[in-house]
Design a protein around this ligand. Structure first.
Ligand SMILES: Cc1cc2nc3c(=O)[nH]c(=O)nc-3n(C[C@H](O)[C@H](O)[C@H](O)COP(=O)(O)OP(=O)(O)OC[C@H]3O[C@@H](n4cnc5c(N)ncnc54)[C@H](O)[C@@H]3O)c2cc1C
Length: 413
């Protein structure tokens, strides 16, 4: 008999999970608090499918660097301390995860999942003809403004077989939009990809609807999870109680609100912003994805738009647009790629990355025998969605997961 699985959350993670499960023969219900799918953090993210740049934010040099950043007006990081134990607990764990050995281990876990995610998306694109989300294998340049950081990066390539070190002149030859940009060099990874995450969500939803094996409950927030004797048995949707057989939490940065006794969900929202800049025939936008390493800004051409994304603001659950932060991104983007698009017509957006302190998502079984987690993908949710979904589907179907899940297993509280 087919597995019946309920998924809380209709972002890229919940939808990819539903897709993998339906592909594997399950019957799925997706419960989404909003009236539309993929409309929270998965809506206008950076668009980079960044398979080989997965090193977690928590790294040895970061605490010191963060102090320096916060003294600057143009800092990519903003911290507003709050009387919020969750924020302090998260920061303390984050500092613990900054140790070099921990960072290296977590980067290895993320790389394993990212490469599996790339091959899973390839299967879905090719075997199922899944398209319509401006996917391209456009390659990526991580560009450096300072020699010291460039030298450090070239000495520690994540995948030397797949990556090339380029001089400033070689960068400009490969990507003419960089001709006037002030970079000393770059690391080039040819097989990185790009896509529109929101359009991807819509495509997955359309396939799920067409399958006849997926029900969507939109505009319904899960307010509680019922459990008994080590298993979950129902979810509350306001006045309604919906029985569940298998349950997946994929509710992004709000997942901790659904925590149960014995279930530790150490997530905190890291707010970021994006600009979606229209590109006309008169503009010269980069074709390759660009990560401006020193300014921590990413650029990705998605069809006829340039997506510019940046900033890590640790400011609680306030998702409002901050005009100062957006103006800074716009100024820095203009300064780097003056001709790339019509910045005056840019659409502004803010989103909350669902971040664990270590940067490694929580993926897999819990102490409740039919409750599963797929959450906490931080800055890499689009990149990791397909692989995380496929692995979870394998676990729920009691099959051996395609990758070693060491490092991802949810902790007991
Ligand atoms: C500025 C920025 C740039 C980024 N750039 C990239 C990038 O280039 N590449 C990349 O890979 N990633 C990027 N990311 C990260 C990526 O966007 C996220 O990791 C990803 O969208 C998280 O997906 P999700 O499904 O977990 O969360 P969401 O998309 O937030 O989905 C969770 C859903 O759960 C629903 N929900 C919550 N609580 C409940 C409840 N109680 N009941 C029912 N539904 C509920 C919400 O309404 C929401 O729709 C970026 C993020 C930001 C903010």
């Amino acid at each position: 008999m087919a597995q019946r699985v309920c998924i809380i959350g209709g972002g890229v993670i919940g939808l990819a999970t539903a897709y993998a499960l339906v592909r594997d023969g399950a019957e799925v219900t997706v419960v989404e608090a909003r009236d539309s799918l993929g409309s929270e953090t998965s809506f206008a993210n950076g668009g980079q499918l960044s398979y080989r740049y997965v090193a977690p934010l928590a790294d040895a040099g970061v605490p010191l660097q963060a102090i320096g950043w916060m003294l600057r007006g143009d800092s990519p990081l903003k911290l507003r301390p709050r009387f919020d134990p969750a924020q302090w607990r998260w920061m303390a764990s984050f500092l613990g995860a900054c140790r070099s050995s921990v960072n290296r281990a977590n980067a290895a876990h993320l790389l394993r999942l990212a490469l599996f995610s790339q091959s899973t998306l390839k299967h879905w694109r090719e075997d199922d003809a899944l398209g319509g989300f401006n996917w391209r294998r456009n390659g990526k340049l991580v560009t450096f403004r300072e020699t010291a950081s460039f030298d450090h990066a070239r000495a520690g390539l994540a995948d030397p077989q797949q990556q090339q070190v380029l001089s400033a002149a070689e960068c400009a030859q490969l990507e003419p939009a960089l001709a006037d940009a002030p970079f000393v060099g770059a690391i080039y990874t040819p097989d990185e990809e790009v896509g529109d995450c929101h359009a991807f969500c819509q495509q997955l939803a359309a396939r799920l609807r067409a399958s006849g094996r997926c029900e969507f409950r939109l505009g319904q927030a899960v307010t509680a999870i019922h459990h008994n004797q080590g298993a979950v048995n129902a979810i509350e949707l306001g006045d309604e109680v919906l029985p569940v057989e298998q349950l997946v939490i994929a509710a992004g940065h709000r997942s901790p609100l659904l925590a149960l006794p014995g279930l530790d969900l150490p997530l905190y929202p890291l707010k970021g912003y994006s600009l979606t800049v229209p590109i006309g025939p008169e503009h010269r936008a980069p074709e390759l994805s660009i990560t401006d390493y020193n300014r921590k800004i990413v650029y990705a051409r998605i069809g006829e738009q340039l997506r510019v994304a940046a900033m890590v603001d640790i400011v609680g659950f306030d998702a409002a647009l901050d005009p100062k932060r957006l103006a800074l991104i716009k100024r820095q983007a203009r300064d780097t790629f003056a001709q790339a698009g019509d910045y005056d017509a840019a659409v502004e957006w803010a989103g909350m990355r669902p971040a664990t302190p270590s940067g490694v998502p929580l993926l897999g079984a819990t102490a409740y025998r039919n409750l599963w987690l797929n959450l906490g993908h931080g800055a890499l949710g689009f990149t990791l969605a397909c692989g995380s979904a496929q692995v979870l589907s394998e676990l729920i179907g009691q099959r051996r997961p395609s990758i070693d899940l060491q490092g991802f297993t949810p902790r007991a509280a």
